[in-house]
Design a binder for this molecule. Structure first.
Ligand SMILES: [Zn+2]
Ligand SMILES: [Zn+2]
Length: 780
């Protein structure tokens, strides 16, 4: 084996490069690849790639050094490769990394021996790992995984997916998602196959039939023998998966050819479930009828898990703010791109900021979505992660590899608390609480080079971001506010991104999660009281229907009747809840405050216990703030702001009658039992004059949980002390009254609230302000 070495010339005409390629292609000498760009006279070489066929074995020489032998279906045929001799430890590590079914790359000496690098870097790098998985992997030619960079040049491209078409010189590969009509049922002229690409195949490309039941039985095959997936019908469960290797890197994607194909038999099994641009079980599927395969209404079918069937969750990207803010996620989890421009002539201070990294194995969708809105995924300068869960950092390492391969850098931002753990809060209290990022994520941990400063605006010119530490969902969860300048009117608009909305892991109090339950609740009230947000940028599409809003907008714009009155996302998204009562000339509830109220209710109120047996609300089960186990009667308190009326959750989100599909808003089934548009609360920042509570739960604090019928010894953790603001007795609390039955009652209570006033009030054990028979006396 040898790697391809070429004299590279930057100004080398393309026809000479092509002649060089033609002159050396296809021989068994291991040569591969045309000329990557480089300075004149530079010598570059690509690493060689192949699929591990057999189990590796070790051979020990008389000096005790070990050689690894392994059979590989290489781009030049089936070969037995041997490494240079190395220490037993090194050899064992190399052997462990050689998993049959994985596509790997390596460098060989002129004699054909696989080089074991002296700097300790791996002899073989894994490009794609099929291993024992029956699931298909997906990778686009131009983005994502590739042969490892070498000699100053990006490595050759690889692609992966299901085979959907073949001609004598091309192959079509993708994820099989096809969309035939918009959400109004208006057919597309041509079905949309968004994640599918057609590549040119070299006439002498190597083809291998890979036996996934026994990799050692894999064998050489022919291009003509590659099966093509029969059709796109939902019921087609048998799909032909393949890996492809190209002769060149992404810089020459337009003229690169496929030089090796590994197709997998028996075929991959997919579950045949329908795919949509909107989330499965979206109310928008209510009129789509019955799935002929399962016999179930389309709206009742839940897609397979994102990680095993990413194709079932794909959706198209869309622009939210002209030329500045984009949705590039899937129909399950969000990812946004913000294009920031400081306004200077110097473009080096411009930024492309990607917010969260989605699910693993879904990277191809996010890269393609970025390309579809005109953003090169390799142009990302900063990746901002909200919290340490895999559905949000899932492609971070994949993106870093892509950037490394291109020789580009990207800053990775995260909360210190989810990466390194909670060591202190912003009041200076010391803690030792592990963060959510798993120990196994060593690469991401090592590459995270920026930790957030909280509660301040980062100014990137037309884009400003504030990060608010808001533990609950995880110890280091963060919420983000994006202030984005709309070039259409020159005004800034604020988007609220609640970066840790899930109640999973918090449904009933435990020693470990007690502080997080209170902190989770606090975070919602804190945001409702302290920030004015114009639009919701949800983190998951089952929280707020941002994908439905876009699809409704698209259907509207495709209606020929609307040709002369096209709308933008800025016009499709609503800022205020349509049916909220009007006070002082404006609707009192913002869509963001309403979204927050939904999950705050789930955490706080008895309705949770009644709707879901596994849920125990703070109201019934605690924890209660220390010293308030029996409530507080007639305690003095200083009011720190003017107070605010909070409406109970309104189920219809983003109701917008100017767009037919949004005429009634979107009612998302998750947690809809907290729908309570007729309930009102008065919420206020307050310094309660009690001497026990300090803004956190101390470690080892014992308390009875009435709902659980047991005593819990809490591990402790910060609640309001995640902020730096000081009060006299503890950091400011954002407390609210018990439920009021009308807006008029809420107005009567609010009339007694004024910043700086000291009042007498009573609290329930769950720190709700007691509403007496004369409601106005809640604050006396
Ligand atoms: Zn999460
Ligand atoms: Zn999530």
């Amino acid at each position: 084996m040898s790697t391809a070495s070429r004299q590279a010339g930057k100004l080398l005409p393309a026809f000479i490069a092509a002649a060089l390629l033609a002159g050396c292609g296809g021989g068994d000498d291991g040569s591969a690849g045309p000329v990557p760009p480089g300075p004149p006279g530079a010598t570059v070489s690509f690493r060689t790639a192949g699929l591990v066929q057999g189990l590796p074995h070790l051979e020990t020489d008389s000096g005790g050094r070990q050689t690894v032998h392994v059979t590989i279906l290489t781009q030049t045929g089936l070969k037995t490769l041997s490494t240079a001799p190395s220490t037993p430890e090194r050899a064992a590590a190399i052997k462990d990394g050689l998993v049959p079914g994985n596509l790997v790359d390596w460098l060989a000496s002129p004699a054909g021996t696989v080089i074991v690098p002296e700097d300790g870097s791996p002899a073989f790098n894994v490009i794609l790992s099929k291993g024992s998985s029956s699931a298909a992997q997906f990778n686009l030619q131009k983005y994502g995984a590739a042969v490892t960079r070498n000699d100053g040049a990006p490595g050759p491209m690889v692609a992966a997916g299901w085979v959907y078409g073949k001609t004598g010189s091309t192959i079509t590969v993708g994820d099989g998602t096809t969309v035939t009509a918009d959400q109004a049922g208006r057919a597309y002229a041509k079905p949309i196959k968004r994640y599918e690409e057609t590549y040119t195949v070299a006439s002498d490309a190597r083809v291998f039939n890979v036996n996934t039941e026994d990799y050692a039985k894999s064998e050489t095959s022919t291009f003509g023998a590659i099966p093509v997936t029969a059709d796109y019908h939902y019921g087609t469960t048998s799909r032909q998966a393949a890996y492809l290797l190209f002769d060149d890197n992404y810089l020459n994607a337009d003229r690169a050819k496929v030089v090796a194909i590994w197709y997998f038999t028996p075929p991959s099994k997919s579950d045949g479930k329908p795919t949509w641009d909107v989330p499965t079980q979206s109310p928008m599927l209510g009129d789509k009828g019955i799935d002929p395969v399962s016999g179930l209404p389309y709206v009742a079918i839940n897609a397979t898990s994102v990680s095993s069937a990413p194709y079932s969750r794909s959706t198209e990207p869309f622009e939210m703010v002209k030329n500045t803010m984009y949705y590039v996620g899937d129909n399950e989890v969000a990812s946004y791109v913000l294009k920031a421009d400081m306004g200077t002539a110097d473009t080096s201070d411009d930024k492309v900021i990607k917010i969260d990294a989605g699910w693993p194995n879904s990277g191809y969708q996010y890269w393609k979505n970025m390309e579809l809105v005109g953003i090169d995924p390799r142009s990302v300068t900063d990746l901002w992660l909200t919290h340490g869960h895999a559905d949000h950092y899932g492609t971070a390492v994949e993106q870093l590899k892509m950037m490394d391969n291109a020789g580009k850098t990207m800053d990775v931002w995260a909360s210190k608390e989810d990466v390194a753990g909670v060591k202190s809060d912003l009041q200076g209290n010391a803690w030792d609480i592990p963060g959510a990022l798993p120990e196994s994520e060593t690469a991401l941990r090592a590459r995270t080079n920026k930790f957030y400063d909280y509660d301040r605006w980062y100014d990137f010119g037309n884009v400003r971001i504030m990060v608010i530490w808001s533990p609950g969902h995880t110890p280091g969860s963060t919420n983000m506010l994006f202030r984005v300048k709309n070039p259409a009117d020159g005004k800034f608009y604020t988007f609220g991104y609640h970066g840790g909305y899930g109640f999973n892991g918090l449904n009933s109090p435990t020693a470990a999660n007690g502080w997080r339950r209170l902190s989770f609740q606090h975070g919602f009230s804190y945001l409702q009281s302290t920030v004015e947000v114009d639009f919701v940028a949800p983190q998951h599409t089952n929280q707020y229907p941002i994908v439905e809003v876009y699809q409704a907008l698209k259907a509207y714009n495709r209606d020929p009747a609307n040709a002369g009155k096209q709308l933008t996302m800025m016009e499709a998204m609503t800022s205020r809840v349509y049916d909220a009562p009007v006070l002082g000339g404006g609707k009192i509830t913002s869509e963001f405050a309403n979204q927050l109220e939904k999950r705050r209710s789930v955490a706080s109120y008895r309705a949770s216990d009644e709707a879901n047996r596994s849920y125990k609300s703070i109201e019934t089960s605690g924890p209660f703030k220390p010293g308030r186990e029996a409530g507080l009667a007639n305690v003095r308190a200083t009011l720190l702001d003017e107070g605010k009326i909070i409406q109970g959750f309104v189920g219809a989100q983003n109701k917008n009658p100017s767009i037919p599909l949004l005429a009634n808003g979107i009612v998302i089934p998750t947690d809809s039992y907290v729908n309570d548009p007729g309930g009102f609360y008065v919420q206020v920042a307050v310094d309660v004059q009690d001497s026990t509570y300090k803004g956190y739960i101390p470690p080892g604090y014992k308390q009875a949980s009435p709902g659980m019928g047991t005593e819990i010894t809490y591990d402790g953790g910060p609640v309001e002390s995640v902020h730096a603001a000081t009060g006299t007795f503890h950091p400011p609390e954002y407390l609210r009254t018990q439920r009021l039955n009308s807006l008029a009652e809420a107005q009567a209570v609010l009339a007694r609230v004024a910043k700086g006033r000291t009042v007498t009030l009573s609290l329930t054990p769950a720190s709700e302000i007691v509403v007496p028979a004369n409601v106005a006396d809640a604050f006396r």
